[in-house]
Design a binder for this molecule. Sequence first.
Ligand code: TYD
Length: 211
Amino acid sequence: MTTGGSRGLFVTLEGGDGSGKTTQAELLEQWLGQVGRTVVRTREPGGTDLGVEVREIVLHSRGHVAPRAEALLYAADRAHHIATRVRPALERGDVVIQDRYIDSSVAYQGAGRVLDAGEIRSLSLWAAEGLLPDLTVLLDLDEGAARDRLDTVRTRYDRLEAEKSDFHARVRAAYLELAEAEPERFLVIDATLPIADIAGVIRARLEELLD
Ligand code: TYD
């Protein structure tokens, strides 16, 4: 299952909280603009008006949210986002740069919440009508280093960020497993490298894909 003949390019950024995805998405957007591509930059959860409401529930709801309910909330956000924003952009020929996608669900709800990874993947693919990215950049960072980075910028953690370090260690391991299983889709980069070096590696891969 791929972007299925659409003309654009679908790039997702993945990694733990604090791995630097937003910085790299910004740099990539700037560069693509300079080389004349139309870019749609978006994120999950929260890439649509409906998604903003779902994001608030899933990240800031007080009290316990059952793991399957959490998985369905992310899937609901995804279904609406892909149908109304991402597919239309790809059909126009735009480059979509998206912070988090299906791999986040497999890593966080699958490995983190210990739901069945295959079921989570199937649920997400159903929600997104089978759409997979052309490229997924995984910014890999040890969960201790990620926590140190977050501590410098956050005064308050959301529900997922507040999870203990073994949760984040499982998420990281799951990401690396996903990348190993699909080496042609994933570009794994050490997130401790300088920002400009990471951006250079991503650009080099994009140049190949845009050719
Ligand atoms: P993110 O938007 O990256 O957080 P922030 O902008 O605060 O850095 O992601 C929000 C959280 O949602 C993050 O901890 C990962 C989690 N998440 C899942 O658990 N499953 C998913 O499918 C997605 C898309 C995100």
